[in-house]
Design a protein. Structure first.
Length: 145
């Protein structure tokens, strides 16, 4: 099992190791110590990690809105979906693939789940690092918010 995307999820309530993949660092690179999610990816902060891949880390939300509420974040720092461009195509595909795997792992893939990206203050985004919410395990209302 050399493919980290196929690694089994850690036992519930356990924190998995998410050794940071090498990321280009330069004068334009953000200070990863200032970003909450970068610190989780870099193992400077604990989290309930449920799945990792080459480009992503998925962990349980500290304030869940449903039985399954997992955040899938890229290891690379991208502030929000409004900054995503064509150069991020593989990264976005991996975010979605990881989200699907989380839904399968939690047994909500057949009943349904919601994927949410928030951009900016009015959306309620509080961490300026791209993250995809995987929410499910109960009937979700519409419209959201």
């Amino acid at each position: 099992m050399n493919d980290p995307a196929e690694a089994p999820a850690p036992a519930p309530g356990r924190t998995a190791t998410v050794a940071a993949m090498s990321e280009p660092q330069g004068s334009d690179a953000p200070d990863r110590s200032d970003c909450l999610f970068c610190r989780i990816v870099d193992e400077a902060l604990p989290a309930d990690i449920v799945r990792t891949s080459e480009r992503t880390v998925a962990f349980r939300d500290l304030n869940p809105t449903a039985p399954t509420h997992v955040l899938v974040v890229p290891r690379q720092h991208v502030a929000h979906a409004g900054e995503v461009g064509a150069e991020h195509a593989e990264l976005v595909a991996e975010l979605l693939t990881t989200a699907r795997q989380v839904a399968e792992d939690d047994g909500i893939d057949a009943s349904g789940y919601r994927l949410v990206l928030n951009v900016g203050d009015d959306s309620g985004n509080t961490v300026p690092h791209l993250h995809l919410h995987v929410i499910g395990g109960r009937r979700l209302g519409w419209p959201p918010g």
